[in-house]
Write a protein that binds this ligand. Structure first.
Ligand SMILES: [Zn+2]
Length: 148
């Protein structure tokens, strides 16, 4: 659950971000009736020493891989990290009964994908990727956040 403030009267209201399929959400303020447009969206946070980036997640499957000199493959999430394989892992975003679910799967990467308990994921198996949780690919920490 997240809290948003009305842009006009600053009244707070609660929203369950897992319930919205669209990245844009319209909310009518219960206090002053102002229409607020909130941009919600799941992002993959990519954290490295001294660096931080966020990439929007799309419905379906996205491949995580190492950024190389070669032209970018459309739709792939590319990470500048020499310990990340060119095709490293997949992130899934799926909707079921109005809720969003995320999964991660290692694609046979050389250095592996690890969970927060430093356990290596088995290749080809989907693991739940819960927002706020993190995984390690190479020297990079990845997590999912649902932005307001
Ligand atoms: Zn208001």
């Amino acid at each position: 659950m997240r809290y948003f403030k009305c842009g006009k009267c600053k009244a707070p209201y609660k929203i369950d971000p897992a319930k919205f399929k669209s990245p844009k959400l319209e909310v009518i303020c219960p206090k002053c009736s102002t229409r607020n447009v909130l941009t919600l969206g799941p992002v993959l946070s990519i954290q490295q020493e001294g660096k931080f980036a966020q990439v929007g997640l799309k419905n379906g499957v996205q491949v995580i891989g190492r950024k190389t000199e070669k032209p970018n493959v459309n739709g792939h999430i590319l990470i500048s990290d020499e310990y990340v394989s060119r095709i490293h892992a997949k992130v899934f975003m799926e909707f079921r009964e109005e809720k969003v679910f995320f999964f991660i799967e290692d694609l046979g990467s050389l250095n592996g994908t690890y969970n927060k308990n430093k356990q290596r994921l088995k290749e080809g198996i989907r693991y739940p990727f819960i927002p706020g949780d993190f995984f390690i690919v190479g020297l990079t920490k990845i997590s999912i956040q649902i932005n307001s």
